[in-house]
Write a protein that binds this ligand. Structure first.
Ligand SMILES: N[C@@H](CCC(=O)N[C@@H](CS)C(=O)NCC(=O)O)C(=O)O
Length: 80
């Protein structure tokens, strides 16, 4: 599995997730959608939304799962 967090700094919900990342046992790549519009476009194409935070979970087969809601993302990451 690989994990990537779509976020931007001024978003308070993103900050909550970012603060939880050090407690997670997995590595999460940080993808700032304002610094890199390619990430914003990827997210929008895949989900139809640009809301952040958004966690991309990719399995070994390359299947993608996109998770919204800071609370759900934190709960999920800390459960791994
Ligand atoms: N309930 C959501 C709120 C997320 C949210 O409102 N994100 C804002 C930025 S702080 C956003 O992306 N707004 C733009 C949009 O929804 O396209 C959460 O806890 O993750």
């Amino acid at each position: 599995m690989t994990y990537a967090l779509y976020y931007y700094d001024a978003c308070p919900f993103c900050q909550r997730v970012l603060m939880a990342l050090p407690k997670a046992k997995v590595n999460v790549e940080k993808r700032n959608i304002l610094q890199n519009p390619k990430f914003r476009q990827q997210q929008q194409q895949a989900t139809g939304r640009t809301t952040v935070p958004c966690l991309l979970i990719k399995d070994e087969a390359g299947e993608e799962n996109w998770m919204f809601e800071s609370r759900d993302i934190i709960q999920y990451l800390l459960s791994l």
